[in-house]
Design a protein around this ligand. Structure first.
Ligand code: MN
Length: 419
């Protein structure tokens, strides 16, 4: 049976990421309202504390204290059955056929805020952050460019989801400027000693990240079949990278200062429930994986992704467009692999996908691939060119899914490069 379309009594434009089918979670504050948890609908942010204070979640037991916090960790720790009930109740409260809140909204001037009038905060306290490397197109492009075009993927790549441990302390919310990092790098390819200074090869990486919604125990393995129970939802993720620092430092232990100066996340966590209608099959894995990595069902998601670049004083233009569905390794395989040795995960941990690239040159997820390590600069509409990011550039990433007229999106993750 086809479900009838839901509409809201709040005005939601057709191209809004925050339809009634979404109901993501975030944290906001204003000059007079301290940080607290919220959802979004249309152009509005919804204060969940005030809804709880007035009993709008009844009969679900929801204390305002659950939301009067500067992170979603406590709410998420209530478990998926609970958070899903709360989200369902919010969908009900905002649907046009339901009157509890609709008929009384004038009594509550502090429930709805225009989204552009509030400050969005980092939605979770992040304890740990891991970055995977799960796009075959990305890994192939990099391997071909930096190593061997005929043997681009390393022998382990199709047997395990490659990853490194990142740094949680420098994860920042969208809007936070990214300060061009300093470090060691080789100024010229044939140099034998490094130069020190601001990176000359600042890049973005288009990624999606999932947020852990349930603790696992040290020594325990999360099975590939149960992995989704541990995942609360997704964020847009920009893993800023300094390519010159990276290529000098990464041998033999992997990225370090080229990555940990900052990563940006979108302020909204879109739940697994909201993304469920957009599930799709992943690419065929043509090498048989070990039993602990064999997953059943559809765990990829049809999410459109875009990158825009806005030079200082100029207008934003799209420089890349791809889709999350191309990812070779899915989230269940990633989490099963991450915990197969007994490493535990905690609520709020962030697991990023790795740069998401598609099969065509305009669908790659970073400038390193797009400009072939600076050899083929891209031309911008204002007449300038880019090998890598310049001071004053703003990178804007967007993500959304559409099916049968129902749109669910992330908004954006943005950051401006400053010297
Ligand atoms: Mn990355």
């Amino acid at each position: 049976m086809k479900s009838s379309p839901l509409t809201s009594w709040v005005d939601v434009s057709e191209d809004s990421d925050f339809s009634i089918y979404n109901i993501p979670f975030g944290v906001f504050k204003t000059d007079t309202v301290p940080a607290r948890c919220c959802t979004a609908i249309g152009d509005y942010v919804v204060d969940l504390v005030v809804l709880a204070e007035h009993g709008y979640f009844n009969p679900i037991p929801v204390s305002p204290l659950l939301f009067r916090r500067d992170s979603l960790n406590y709410f998420v720790s209530m478990g998926k059955d609970y958070t899903s009930l709360v989200r369902d109740r919010l969908i009900e409260l905002f649907s046009i056929n339901h009157h509890d809140l609709q008929d009384n909204i004038d009594l509550h001037p502090f429930v709805l805020y225009k989204r552009d009038s509030v400050t969005m905060m980092l939605p979770m306290k992040v304890g740990n952050y891991t970055d995977f490397y799960s796009s075959k197109e990305h890994a192939t492009n990099l391997g071909a460019m930096l190593r061997d075009p005929n043997n681009a993927l390393l022998p382990n790549w199709k047997h395990l989801p490659v990853a490194y441990h990142g740094r949680a302390s420098s994860i920042a919310v969208s809007g936070t400027p990214v300060k061009r990092p300093q470090g060691q790098f080789k100024k010229n390819k044939d140099d034998t000693t490094p130069t020190f200074g601001p990176t000359q090869a600042l890049d973005y990486e288009l990624e999606l990240a999932f947020v852990i919604g349930k603790d696992s125990n040290l020594g325990e393995t999360v099975s590939v079949d149960n992995a989704e129970d541990y995942i609360f939802g997704f964020l847009l993720f920009n893993d800023w990278s300094a390519r010159d620092i990276q290529s000098w430092e990464y041998v033999p232990l992997g990225p370090f200062l080229s990555k940990n100066f900052m990563s940006s996340v979108s302020p909204w966590i879109v739940t697994m429930e909201a993304l469920a209608p957009y599930r799709t099959q992943g690419p065929v894995q043509d090498v048989q994986v070990l039993p602990y990595l064999q997953s059943k069902g559809n765990h990829n998601y049809d999410i459109e992704l875009e990158v825009e670049l806005k030079p200082e004083g100029g207008s934003a233009e799209r420089i890349s467009r791809t889709n999350f569905k191309h990812m070779y390794w899915n989230i269940c395989q990633q989490l099963a692999h991450h915990t197969v040795n007994g490493c535990n995960v905690n609520i709020g941990d962030i697991m990023a996908s790795g740069t998401i690239s598609g099969p065509t040159p305009d669908s790659v997820g970073c400038l390193l691939e797009r400009t072939r390590n600076g050899q083929e600069p891209i031309a911008l509409k204002n007449g300038s060119t880019r090998k890598f990011l310049e001071d004053g550039d703003t990178v804007i990433m967007k993500g959304f899914a559409v099916k049968e007229g129902k749109r669910v999106g992330f908004g954006s993750v943005e950051g401006k490069v400053i010297p």
